[in-house]
Design a protein around this ligand. Structure first.
Ligand SMILES: [Zn+2]
Length: 435
């Protein structure tokens, strides 16, 4: 265990021993128990406290906090909360599929995003109240959130033990929507909506999800109640809350929210809103991601792993020298893509351009690309062709922007050259001069 990983445990022991033993001495003891005797960290902590004249029970006096008090650095965090929203997510850990849950906890002082990294001991549903013991807090984009890990215990409470958080609603442009917001008033036009049936603890539930937009941007939504939402409708949602996944915010609302249908003229027509929400990279960084965003930027670099690539037939990872990182030697399947860096003057992000769009940029398909590479006996020719077409080129791109530990990433669903119309620019200039 590294020193920084030991630090919180050293603090726990120091607290349990009421500061009678120095942190240096505790660290030495801890290293000894773990490295020399090979005992696990919790056993080591109990033994050390016991040997140095303390009460091991003191190690586990967790700090109960209200949501408003959470700073994002807590370990041993104890909470009594109500589940405001909960979603399921399939992720991959070391190549293994895993089901995790994320959502929003609430109490009378506020709301906070949470992630449950372990399989649920019992099913949880919106509205359940739970006692969470030994969770920990972290921050994401400067906002605290609660993590439920392998050492956390959760116990169901009676429904009325946790008062609901009542905040006066706040009106918000879609561009300004942030992770963890609740009681929002959002006006948007529904660009698309689809009905899904999902399995919850209390049986099957209908979910209406899609994308809505205003002049400032677009957002994914999930309605947990049939409000009769239809494509192209302009609605005002009162009582929505926001949770994001990999940086893409999602607006949820349910039967505690109200939805009013507004006059069609309240927002510009659908075609115009489809193109709304041009965002700068610094805006995206502040927000953490976006669905169907539009970015005007210049391609400044094309990375290794662009052009003609080969993917593992098992896991779809890009193979290097016919070897997959997980599956070893494989017969890779050919694909085309671009992995590059975009810069718009406010910041930079990684962009992935998928096969279809890459073929359009090259003006030929995968078969022809294979032939070209064979003729020249070099796969690199396709990457070079893409560099010629894209580097230093002003582009308009559209797609979902995610955000994780590696930063922002745009998965481009549309790439267009942003032609600067000289004639029009000149006319504009002249008009300005005449005025
Ligand atoms: Zn593989």
């Amino acid at each position: 265990m590294k020193n920084e990983e030991l630090a919180p445990h050293i603090k726990d022991i120091t607290r349990a021993l009421k500061g009678k033993v120095s942190e240096e001495e505790i660290e030495q003891e801890l290293q000894k128990w773990i490295q020399k005797y090979g005992v696990d960290i919790n056993q080591a902590k109990r033994s050390i406290v016991n040997n140095l004249g303390g009460d091991p029970k003191e190690l586990f006096t967790p700090s109960e906090k209200k949501i408003k008090e959470i700073s994002g650095t807590e370990r041993n965090l104890e909470l009594k909360v109500r589940i405001v929203s909960i979603n399921e997510k399939d992720i991959e850990v070391d190549g293994e599929p895993k089901k995790i849950h994320y959502g929003i906890f609430g109490d009378e002082t506020g709301t906070i995003p949470f992630t449950i990294w372990e399989t649920l001991p019992e099913p949880l549903d919106k509205g359940d109240t739970v006692h969470v013991i030994n969770s920990y807090a972290t921050t994401w984009n400067d906002k605290p959130q609660v993590n439920v890990g392998s050492r956390t215990r959760m116990r169901m409470l009676e429904g009325d033990e946790v008062p609901e958080f009542k905040r006066t609603s706040q009106r918000c442009d879609i561009r300004d929507v942030r992770e963890g917001m609740s009681n929002l008033i959002i006006t948007g036009r529904i660009l698309n909506v689809e009905k899904k049936t999902v399995q919850t603890k209390n049986g099957e539930k209908d979910l209406y999800s899609g994308i809505m937009a205003d002049e400032t941007g677009k957002i994914q939504f999930s309605a947990w109640h049939d409000f009769g939402l239809k494509e192209d409708m302009v609605v005002e949602v009162n009582g929505g809350y926001v949770r994001s996944w990999r940086g893409i915010p999602q607006l949820s609302f349910d039967d505690n929210s109200t939805v009013d249908i507004l006059d069609d003229g309240a927002l510009p027509p659908k075609e115009q809103l489809e193109e709304s929400g041009i965002m700068t990279i610094s805006q995206l960084a502040r927000r953490g991601g976006a669905v169907d965003a539009i970015i005007d930027a210049v391609m400044i670099d094309i990375k290794h792993g662009s052009g003609l690539i080969f993917r593992c037939p098992e896991c779809n990872r890009v193979v290097q020298k016919s070897a997959c990182r997980i599956h070893g030697k494989v017969d890779g399947e050919p694909d085309l893509r671009v992995k590059g860096i975009l810069d718009d003057g406010t910041g930079a992000l990684t962009v992935i351009i998928t096969r279809e769009e890459t073929e359009e940029i090259l003006e030929y398909g995968l078969d022809e690309a294979m032939e070209l590479a064979r003729d020249r006996m070099d796969h690199g020719v396709i990457k070079e062709a893409l560099e010629d077409k894209l580097i230093a080129q002003p582009l308009r791109l559209k797609g979902n922007v995610t955000c994780d530990d590696y930063g922002l990433m745009l998965i481009a669903s549309e790439v267009k050259e942003k032609k600067i119309n000289m004639e029009e620019e000149a006319r504009k200039l002249l008009d300005e001069v005449r005025v």
